[in-house]
Design a protein around this ligand. Structure first.
Ligand SMILES: [Zn+2]
Length: 277
């Protein structure tokens, strides 16, 4: 069986720009009537290419606005080959997500992806949630949604990233052998509609699947060290007792973990210590 893992976000989807959408693409009318159609079109292009290539099982993680019960992607519009990861309210429950996939899926594709906090020439750059998160580092490399998803599947070939041109930087830092499929470019003012990018995504994904044997898994060497700095106006609760191996200072936390999946899951516990000041 050929299983494809697809990890989707929304801010990097086709057709969504700062002049036609607010940063708050989270559950309001704009999200419901506009944002969902944009990301659904991009994910549909990925899935249709995968089915036509011969993928028999697509496992989708719809990670935008995690914690909300409703899906961003309109699942009824996707082929029947698509299943979603079973995680309560789509939360970043990374070990549970990894455990539901095959040990050796065919590959991994990220879609709807935006650039990290602080990136210039990017639509909606942020690191998971900025503010409060200024940066999130894994072994010294700044990772955001792309990095978390790809590292969680580090022993799976990373095939392609689809999204804002500025998001390609993070994806390429993780693997320089991926196919990059930009759907918008703020620096070049290239703002096509989802209908216009559908064929680009389909063709790029088909290419990535055909050349999958050239794609790479992410090479990781322990120890696995994570750190997270906060934006101005936020601080960690330094009085809280922590049960994991790490340190928590007002503006920065650091932790180590025996595996990437556990380290990514500890992120949720560290994040829960963030307070507005
Ligand atoms: Zn998002």
């Amino acid at each position: 069986m050929k299983q494809l893992i697809v990890i989707a976000d929304m801010e990097g989807a086709s057709g969504i720009f700062e002049h036609n959408a607010s940063w708050n693409l989270n559950g309001g009318d704009e999200w419901r009537n506009f944002g969902r159609d944009c990301i659904t079109s991009d994910v549909l292009a990925v899935c249709n290419a995968a089915v036509d290539f011969g993928i028999d099982d697509i496992l989708l993680y719809d990670g935008h606005f995690a914690g909300n019960t409703e899906f961003n992607i309109i699942l009824d519009k996707l082929p029947r080959t698509v299943r979603v990861f079973d995680v309560p309210d789509r939360c970043f429950d990374w070990r549970r997500i990894r455990a539901q996939a095959m040990q050796e899926p065919f590959g991994l594709i990220t879609v709807g992806q935006h650039a990290r906090n602080g990136t210039l020439g990017a639509y909606f750059p942020h690191t998971i949630q900025s503010p409060p998160i200024k940066n999130f580092l894994f072994n010294g490399t700044h990772i955001a949604e792309i990095g978390a998803g790809v590292l969680n599947f580090h022993n799976v070939r990373y095939l392609a990233n689809i999204g804002c041109q500025a998001s390609m930087q993070e994806a390429l830092e993780l693997s320089d052998s991926i196919v990059t499929i930009p759907v918008k470019d703020k620096a070049k003012k290239w703002e096509p509609s989802p209908d216009e990018t559908y064929e680009l995504i389909y063709a790029g994904v088909m290419k990535a699947l055909r050349q999958a044997q050239h794609a790479k898994e992410i090479d990781l060497k322990p120890p696995f060290v994570f750190s997270m700095e906060l934006c101005d106006g936020y601080a960690y609760d330094t009085k809280a007792d922590i049960s994991w191996k790490g340190t928590v200072m007002a503006d920065k936390s650091e932790w180590t973990a025996p595996s990437v999946e556990i380290g990514l899951e500890l992120f949720n516990y560290v994040r829960a210590l963030i307070r507005k000041i």
